[in-house]
Design a protein around this ligand. Structure first.
Ligand code: ADP
Ligand code: MG
Length: 427
């Protein structure tokens, strides 16, 4: 029998942003699997051999493992899209085999790759499906839809009446996440939710999810084949072998620094010491405060103020404090009122993004700094220098702790030549 109950990580946790999820704000509930077996008809060996597992309330737990090892099967048994052959599953102490499967699914958010939106329904209708089934009145559903669109970073006025075909892949995925959250379920299951979107969008969606989770503290189970995603998002990672046998169930820190066996070590990859860098967050770095102005401001006044502060560039924010564009003053001179810009090409990361994400954005955009947001609102700039400084101090610490020579010194990350600490504006 494979059995695992997460233990509180003992001492080895560097994780300023990991762990200790279950606190007073937790809205999730425990999920407990006991001796779960799933044998599909005609299958020689079961897809799930004997799985026992506790997923603590308010945590984000990542299921990883090779294709066909039983991740999806295990996940779908939690909302009874698949019925176990034997064993029990309780959610918040209640045996789910005794509840009506349809009722059960209304209490569990479910997000799949691509969003799984119904093509003939608008964004608003897609998000409102479960609340509608639960009998919410129209006004409440409309208010909830707008709130959720905001939460996942889509402007309600622009997107609520669109059809899925009028959205990009990343936007559809955002709506899929909003739909999963719609009825405020204590449990959310996600099967490779960000597998179908490009890397930059994936990073943004991951960041949004972390921000949402830091506020809502639901119990979230995510299947992924991406170990970096698991390390970034997970409070705990469940590494599975064939037959959904547990290879290790632990914090990202512990799995990277002390893999239970060769299988886990191979799975997380040879560079696991370096991957610990993905445990460092933008939050851990020193943020700089640039001069800012707002869309619609008088350009002459902005230039006078920013020049007086000894700066030659300014960050433009919209009325909701969301970053739009970083500009040289000499470029801004072209206008009399500060214009609006599409922020799509600006390097922006959430405050909980990893340093690797921030560096990726710098390399991608050839800027030596990245704009940091919290729930979409501007909070500061993280510069290349601040990142390298933090990497230096923490890899040194990790190096000393591990007593190994595998520490990274700029080699993993790449080294942009410009490190002026200034964001270069639109020339
Ligand atoms: P994963 O999500 O880890 O890739 P799955 O849970 O989808 O794995 O599949 C586990 C095993 O069960 C695989 O061998 C797969 O072929 C098999 N399997 C999955 N779904 C079915 C099904 N509906 N009928 C028969 N076998 C299935
Ligand atoms: Mg799968």
């Amino acid at each position: 029998m494979t059995s695992s109950t997460p233990e509180s990580s003992s001492g080895s946790s560097s994780g300023s942003t990991q762990g200790s999820a279950a606190d007073s704000t937790t809205t999730g509930v425990d999920i407990v699997l006991e001796n779960i077996v799933k044998k599909y008809p005609g299958q020689k060996s079961p897809a799930v051999t004997d799985l026992s597992l506790t997923i603590p309330a308010g945590e984000m737990v990542m299921f990883v493992g090779p294709s066909g090892c039983g991740k999806t099967t295990s996940l779908k048994m939690i909302n009874r899209l698949i019925e176990p052959t034997s064993g029990t599953i309780t959610i918040g102490g209640k045996d789910i085999t005794r509840s009506n499967p349809t009722e059960l699914r209304r209490q569990i958010g479910y997000v799949i790759q691509g969003g799984g939106l119904l093509p003939h329904m608008t964004v608003k209708q897609n998000i409102g499906i479960v609340p509608g089934l639960l009998g919410w009145d129209k006004k409440k559903i409309a208010a909830r839809t707008d709130e959720l669109l905001d939460l996942v970073g889509l402007d309600p006025d622009v997107y609520r009446d669109r059809y899925p075909r009028e959205l990009s892949g990343g936007q559809q995925q955002r709506v899929g996440v909003a739909r999963g959250l719609a009825a405020d379920p204590p449990v959310i299951l996600m099967d490779e939710p960000f597998g179908a979107v490009d890397p930059i969008t994936r990073t943004r969606l991951q960041d949004e999810l972390m921000s949402i989770q830091s506020e809502l503290r639901k119990t979230i189970v995510i299947v992924t084949h991406d170990i970096d995603e698991a390390v970034k998002l997970g409070d705990r990672i469940l590494v599975l072998d064939v037959g959904a046998e547990i290879a290790q169930y632990d914090t990202p820190d512990a799995i990277l620094s002390a893999p239970a066996n060769d299988y886990v070590a191979d799975f997380v990859g040879a560079g696991s010491k370096l991957k610990q860098l993905t445990l460092l967050r933008v939050d851990d770095a020193e943020l700089e405060q640039p001069e800012t102005c707002h869309v619609g401001d008088d350009v002459a006044e902005v230039i006078a103020r920013v020049s007086a502060a000894g700066k030659d560039s300014v960050l433009i924010l919209d009325a909701r404090e969301r970053p739009r564009e970083f500009l040289w003053l000499r470029t801004l001179r072209k206008w009399s009122k500060v214009p609006d810009f599409d922020p799509e090409n600006s390097p922006i990361v959430d405050h909980r993004a990893t340093l690797n994400d921030a560096m990726d954005q710098m390399l991608e955009s050839s800027h030596a700094a990245v704009i940091v947001t919290n729930r979409g609102r501007f909070t500061g700039l993280v510069t290349f220098d601040a990142v390298t400084e933090l990497l230096r101090s923490s890899t040194q610490a990790a190096h000393e702790a591990a007593g190994s020579s595998a520490a990274a010194d700029g080699t993993v990350i790449g080294t942009p030549t410009a490190s002026t600490g200034e964001v270069t504006g639109d020339e």
